[in-house]
Design a protein around this ligand. Structure first.
Ligand SMILES: [Zn+2]
Length: 269
């Protein structure tokens, strides 16, 4: 049995939607993140893969075992290592224009050298480098992918990172990447919280209008609804009041603050 079967967990969510899940905590628990959700949308003509995981195990064989004849499009929601790890297995990867040059170069993950998890040693043979794909295609707000029987629209939702995007299908499935999910939320420096709040409002509007119906975050449980976005919005607004409780995390170079719904990992820089 190929090794990936032991590593990736494949779940058919809907006729046209699969989740390929990996446990990031088993790559390095210092990120306080259990599941990373890699989503695969299957249209009548094309399939679209949202993110490529941590790179600790090959992803392409898993994708090839699911898709049939469709041409595959690969998109990164943003350039962090846990979303771009298997990019080099694919010829072409789409990403927001702000993060295109970052993923066009080798990405150093030598901070994973001290991971207590055995599987992190899989990076050793790659010298703790995530290699880029052959080509990176920059995209922006309103870019649309046509999969045949439905479409996917790009929404620029900066905050978690400057080029973070969300993806919305014409069937109402919303993929916010790392902008919104339960569990440990990685936030920018608090002076940039306004950007996160604006992006959350943008997505709340889509749910209010009915353009989006279900939310499929890149980490944690799914599907979730508008509650997640509203709780996160309120939670971030309330962080200032909890500021005295902050604890320093040296590995993540962040402050950590918790409330009843989230663990906020706030960049110190
Ligand atoms: Zn992530």
């Amino acid at each position: 049995m190929p090794e990936y079967k032991n590593w990736f967990e494949v779940k058919k969510v809907k006729d046209y939607l699969y989740c390929i899940r990996e446990n990031l905590e088993k790559v390095d628990p210092r990120y306080y993140t259990h599941y990373t959700n890699i989503f695969l949308l299957i249209g009548s003509e094309k399939a679209l893969l949202i993110d490529t995981g941590s790179g600790v195990e090959p992803l392409k064989p898993v994708i090839e075992s699911i898709i049939d004849k469709q041409e595959l499009i690969v998109v990164n929601t943003h350039g962090h290592f846990d979303h771009i790890g298997c990019n080099s297995e694919f010829d072409k990867v789409f990403i927001h224009k702000i993060e295109a040059s970052f993923i066009s170069n080798p990405v150093n993950v030598s901070n994973l050298k001290d991971s207590p998890e055995e599987i992190a040693k899989n990076y050793e043979s790659k010298n703790y480098i995530i290699e880029p794909p052959n080509s990176v295609i920059p995209i922006d707000e309103e870019h649309t992918f046509d999969l045949g029987d439905f479409e996917i629209k790009v929404i620029h939702t900066p905050g978690h990172s400057p080029g973070s995007i969300s993806l919305l299908t014409s069937r109402g499935d919303l993929f916010p990447g790392d902008l919104a999910h339960y569990g440990s939320l990685f936030l920018p420096h608090k002076k940039r919280f306004g950007t996160v709040l604006e992006s959350l409002s943008k997505l709340i509007d889509l749910l209010n209008k009915g353009d989006a119906k279900e939310v499929y975050p890149a980490h944690g449980r799914f599907p979730v609804g508008k509650d997640l976005l509203e709780e996160e919005y309120k939670g971030i607004k309330n962080i200032e009041k909890l500021w005295d409780q902050k604890q320093k995390d040296r590995f993540l170079r962040s402050w950590i603050i918790k409330d009843e719904n989230f663990k906020y990992i706030i960049s110190r820089f």
